[in-house]
Design a protein around this ligand. Structure first.
Ligand SMILES: [Zn+2]
Length: 126
Protein backbone atom coordinates (compact mmCIF):
# COMPACT_ATOMS: atom_id res chain seq x y z
CA UNK A 1 0.00 0.00 0.00
CA UNK A 2 1.24 3.47 -0.88
CA UNK A 3 2.20 5.79 1.94
CA UNK A 4 0.40 9.09 2.38
CA UNK A 5 3.54 10.84 1.16
CA UNK A 6 3.53 8.73 -2.01
CA UNK A 7 -0.17 9.42 -2.53
CA UNK A 8 0.48 13.16 -2.08
CA UNK A 9 3.28 12.96 -4.67
CA UNK A 10 0.88 11.18 -7.02
CA UNK A 11 -1.68 13.92 -6.42
CA UNK A 12 0.81 16.71 -7.12
CA UNK A 13 1.86 15.02 -10.37
CA UNK A 14 -1.76 14.41 -11.40
CA UNK A 15 -2.74 18.02 -10.71
CA UNK A 16 0.26 19.28 -12.68
CA UNK A 17 -0.63 17.01 -15.60
CA UNK A 18 -4.31 18.07 -15.54
CA UNK A 19 -3.40 21.75 -15.49
CA UNK A 20 -1.04 21.28 -18.43
CA UNK A 21 -3.36 19.16 -20.57
CA UNK A 22 -6.78 20.39 -19.36
CA UNK A 23 -8.19 17.04 -20.53
CA UNK A 24 -11.27 15.71 -18.66
CA UNK A 25 -9.60 12.34 -18.04
CA UNK A 26 -6.60 14.04 -16.46
CA UNK A 27 -8.87 16.15 -14.22
CA UNK A 28 -10.73 12.97 -13.24
CA UNK A 29 -7.42 11.30 -12.42
CA UNK A 30 -6.39 14.28 -10.28
CA UNK A 31 -9.72 14.15 -8.43
CA UNK A 32 -9.28 10.41 -7.82
CA UNK A 33 -5.72 11.02 -6.57
CA UNK A 34 -7.07 13.63 -4.15
CA UNK A 35 -9.71 11.26 -2.85
CA UNK A 36 -7.03 8.60 -2.35
CA UNK A 37 -5.06 11.03 -0.16
CA UNK A 38 -8.19 11.91 1.83
CA UNK A 39 -9.08 8.25 2.33
CA UNK A 40 -5.54 7.38 3.45
CA UNK A 41 -5.51 10.20 6.03
CA UNK A 42 -8.87 9.19 7.47
CA UNK A 43 -8.21 5.42 7.36
CA UNK A 44 -9.55 3.81 10.53
CA UNK A 45 -11.78 6.76 11.43
CA UNK A 46 -15.26 5.95 12.68
CA UNK A 47 -18.34 7.41 10.93
CA UNK A 48 -19.43 10.88 12.03
CA UNK A 49 -21.18 10.57 15.41
CA UNK A 50 -23.69 13.26 14.40
CA UNK A 51 -24.70 12.16 10.90
CA UNK A 52 -23.00 8.77 10.27
CA UNK A 53 -21.16 10.07 7.15
CA UNK A 54 -17.68 8.72 6.46
CA UNK A 55 -15.18 11.37 7.59
CA UNK A 56 -12.77 13.06 5.19
CA UNK A 57 -9.03 13.52 5.72
CA UNK A 58 -7.23 16.74 4.86
CA UNK A 59 -3.80 18.28 5.14
CA UNK A 60 -3.74 21.74 6.71
CA UNK A 61 -1.14 24.41 7.27
CA UNK A 62 -1.43 25.75 10.80
CA UNK A 63 0.45 28.50 12.61
CA UNK A 64 2.04 27.65 15.93
CA UNK A 65 3.79 30.71 17.25
CA UNK A 66 5.97 31.91 14.36
CA UNK A 67 6.03 28.52 12.60
CA UNK A 68 3.74 27.32 9.85
CA UNK A 69 3.33 23.60 10.42
CA UNK A 70 1.57 20.80 8.66
CA UNK A 71 -1.31 19.14 10.45
CA UNK A 72 -3.95 16.62 9.49
CA UNK A 73 -7.68 17.04 9.91
CA UNK A 74 -10.26 14.29 10.01
CA UNK A 75 -13.70 15.79 9.75
CA UNK A 76 -17.22 15.55 8.48
CA UNK A 77 -17.97 17.33 5.20
CA UNK A 78 -21.70 17.32 5.98
CA UNK A 79 -21.45 18.76 9.50
CA UNK A 80 -19.97 22.26 9.27
CA UNK A 81 -16.89 22.88 11.44
CA UNK A 82 -16.75 19.39 12.88
CA UNK A 83 -13.26 17.96 12.80
CA UNK A 84 -10.38 16.65 14.87
CA UNK A 85 -6.78 17.64 14.22
CA UNK A 86 -3.47 15.94 14.76
CA UNK A 87 0.14 16.39 13.75
CA UNK A 88 0.05 12.95 12.14
CA UNK A 89 -2.88 11.27 10.38
CA UNK A 90 -2.90 8.66 13.15
CA UNK A 91 -3.22 11.33 15.86
CA UNK A 92 -6.05 13.00 13.94
CA UNK A 93 -7.91 9.69 13.50
CA UNK A 94 -7.38 8.81 17.15
CA UNK A 95 -8.72 12.20 18.25
CA UNK A 96 -11.71 11.88 15.92
CA UNK A 97 -12.49 8.39 17.19
CA UNK A 98 -12.31 9.70 20.78
CA UNK A 99 -14.90 12.32 19.93
CA UNK A 100 -12.62 15.36 19.95
CA UNK A 101 -14.19 18.33 18.22
CA UNK A 102 -11.45 20.81 17.42
CA UNK A 103 -13.87 23.68 16.91
CA UNK A 104 -15.54 23.06 20.25
CA UNK A 105 -12.27 22.70 22.13
CA UNK A 106 -11.34 26.28 22.99
CA UNK A 107 -8.08 25.22 24.57
CA UNK A 108 -6.73 23.91 21.29
CA UNK A 109 -7.28 27.01 19.18
CA UNK A 110 -6.70 30.72 19.52
CA UNK A 111 -9.28 33.29 18.43
CA UNK A 112 -8.05 33.17 14.83
CA UNK A 113 -8.55 29.42 14.63
CA UNK A 114 -4.86 28.62 14.85
CA UNK A 115 -3.70 25.62 16.77
CA UNK A 116 -1.76 26.80 19.80
CA UNK A 117 -1.05 23.57 21.64
CA UNK A 118 1.52 21.14 20.27
CA UNK A 119 1.20 17.59 21.59
CA UNK A 120 4.00 16.29 23.78
CA UNK A 121 6.52 14.30 21.82
CA UNK A 122 5.73 15.98 18.55
CA UNK A 123 8.70 17.38 16.65
CA UNK A 124 8.81 19.87 13.83
CA UNK A 125 9.41 18.20 10.46
CA UNK A 126 12.68 19.04 8.73
ZN1 LIG B 1 -21.46 14.61 10.21
Amino acid sequence: MATIQELRSNLAAAVKKARASNLPEDHAAAKAAGLAVAAAISAGAKPCPKCEAAPHGMVQQVSVGRDILEAFDVGCLACHNHCARGFTPELAVDAWNRGVDAYADEAAFDDKGSLVIVPAGWRKPR
